[in-house]
Write a protein that binds this ligand. Sequence first.
Ligand SMILES: [Zn+2]
Length: 678
Amino acid sequence: MSNNIRKQLVTYALPYANGSLHLGHMVGFIQTDIWVRFQRLLGHNCYFVSGDDAHGTPIMLRAEALGITPEELVRQIQIEHEADLKDFLIGLDNFYTTHSTENQALASDMYQRLQKQGDIVKRTIKQAFDPVKNMFLPDRYVKGECPKCHAKDQYGDSCEQCGATYTPTDLINATSVVSGATPIEKESEHYFFCLEKHEEFLKEWTHHNNHLQPEITKKLEEWFSVGLNQWNISRDAPYFGFEIPETRGKYFYVWLDAPIGYMASFKNLCQKTNGLSFEEYWAQSSHTELYHFIGKDIVYFHALFWPAILKSSEYRTPSHVFVHGFLTVNGQKMSKSRGTFIKARTYLDHFNPELLRYYIASKLNSGIEDLDFQQDDFVARINSDLVGKLVNIASRTASFINKLFAGRLAATIADHVLWNRFTEARLVIEKHYQDREFSRAIREIMKLTDLANQYIDDHKPWLLAKSSEKINEVQMVCSFSLDLFRILMTYLQPILPTLAKAVEDFLNVPLTWENLTKPLLNHTINPFKPLLQRIDLTEVIAMSEESKEVIEPATEITLKTTVLEEDPIRETITLEDFAKIDLRVAKVIQAEPVEDAQKLIKLVLDVGGEIRHVFAGIKECYEPEQLIGKSVVLVANLAPRKMRFGVSEGMILAAGNGGKNIWVLEPDPNAPAGARVK
Ligand SMILES: [Zn+2]
């Protein structure tokens, strides 16, 4: 262990507080969390903070649509986000919000520091204004026909068809998304941050000390060559945010106070933590390390605005900004209608969080390319790597130690060469973690896992155990295998913290980086309990079905389409194909909610002489009590599916695309339970 304990502050980009977290958010949080857990495993002092980005027009309008205050909306969302992150085992020290007194104080103070430096200028500009709602409209809130190529339904800043850029009022038949009114142009005075004054500093900063990944530095060169512009940091009322000091009806643009939210979250943590000093981490003279993990869509804000503002207001600048790519699902952008826009909570209703953590880690590297969640690949990877190889080492050997030796491990190492190979891998695995090359770390660990299984295959303890004179050998081989398992689980601890904890309990020893070099000998372990189970593709498909949503018309202006245009009839099947599906009338005897699953109802069905338990994702539309006594149609020969809450023995039929659009099919109540439907 290095005596050189580092002091680190790590942040992950603040999710926007107008909706649920989805698997795209989880990629970044998981990446950051693995890195943080690795630093902590090495013994470093690593703080990890984040929070919700709570301000701006979208949140104001969404709260209005829901009939609640924006404060109430962001409070509710913060609770939801925090629960999701906790359940994904994201080891945050603080999850805060930008709508906080700390953030207001910091933002106002930094603004005044910028003013003192002469970095703030005032200018009057013309903007699109909604005369009905009496508010200025962000570009994305104006739609109309492109003045150049006449494509309909384009946003106010640029045309998605021909790529032309323009101002909202250039649109033909422009309308406000908020009220439907025709926007007018109106003048207003705004406050600008003089980014261009910091060009020299930024060129220097972005090119040195690996502050950024090489591909990001290259991207910034393009922006430098176009030239840096003054940045409008103000918005007119009505706006949900902080009023700018010494102004009336002028608010900080959400993107000004969002990154300051990192500081505010840390400041809030300092207030709760004895001896933790805000100054030590943020003063210009700080010797601590500051790391921001972000997605590639917000590089401009974090690699240009943020360091410039920090420097101008005399704070320290980041040690590194680490950028990651986006998540695609089955090779495509996530889509609500395809069911690939999977919410964090929907995933958790179906699977153990560590499976996604492992899968994401197996694909992550230090680059910014997108990574793909492939349904089949996910199932294969988990079943092969984690169940088939990793935990199999313990399940193949533990019972011999438990049963034949009362849990006592052998006193010597069975194979020194192999043991050294395992412990020496520490250096390369450590480097991969440090460099955020998690997929390489996993490849290295899986190579070792194969070697451990090969060792067991070669020595066959189940055969040795048959002859009493080889009983010592059984103990040697199984003890050694379990020690290899301990080393592997230590390496995987940043990715699989809960599994690692279960293994600590089983092996009765802490999994620490220090213990890697100490063999586990003459030691008593606890009885082995199964650690992980295989997963099934049908469960992934069920998760995807549950994620299918009809896009809310209130938030998206879409041309009216028919039901069949949105969801066309599938290819023709034969009568034989159809006859394979055994549909039966079933009576609901019992219906109850499922704890921790927001969408599921557990049904007990009478199928005319047989009782079935079925989990149905219909809770958003039905109260369990409403269903008791009803007749439903059951797909009776569907293979049982193992879910987190139990086994689902079939599926009941319902119409609709999911979410709030589900209508359970009810046969004529006279039809007896068990009757075939054809
Ligand atoms: Zn166009």
